[in-house]
Design a protein around this ligand. Structure first.
Ligand SMILES: [Cu+2]
Length: 72
C-alpha cells in the first residue's frame, strides 16, 4: 500500500470532492481516495504501483488541474 498526494486546484465544494474521489476510486489500483476542496489536497491510497501520470490524467479529465506534486 502506498499513498500518493496531489495538490489540486479547481475544487470549490463538497460535490467536487465527491466527484473526484469517485473518479479516482474507479481506477483498479486505487483502494481509497480523499479530496479536500478547502486545501486542494488529494490523497490516494493504491494497492499496487501506479503511474502518477495516470492519476493526474484522471484528475485533469474531471476538469481540475494539478497545482504541484509531492512525492512520498
Ligand atoms: Cu463543486
Amino acid at each position: 500500500m502506498e499513498t500518493l498526494e496531489f495538490q489540486v486546484s479547481g475544487m470549490v465544494c463538497h460535490g467536487c470532492e465527491q466527484a473526484l474521489e469517485m473518479l479516482l476510486r474507479q481506477h483498479p489500483a486505487v483502494t481509497e481516495a480523499s479530496a479536500d476542496a478547502k486545501t486542494g489536497r488529494v490523497n490516494v491510497v493504491v494497492s499496487e504501483p501506479v503511474e502518477r501520470a495516470e492519476l493526474v490524467q484522471r484528475i485533469k479529465s474531471a476538469g481540475f488541474s494539478i497545482e504541484s506534486e509531492t512525492n512520498h
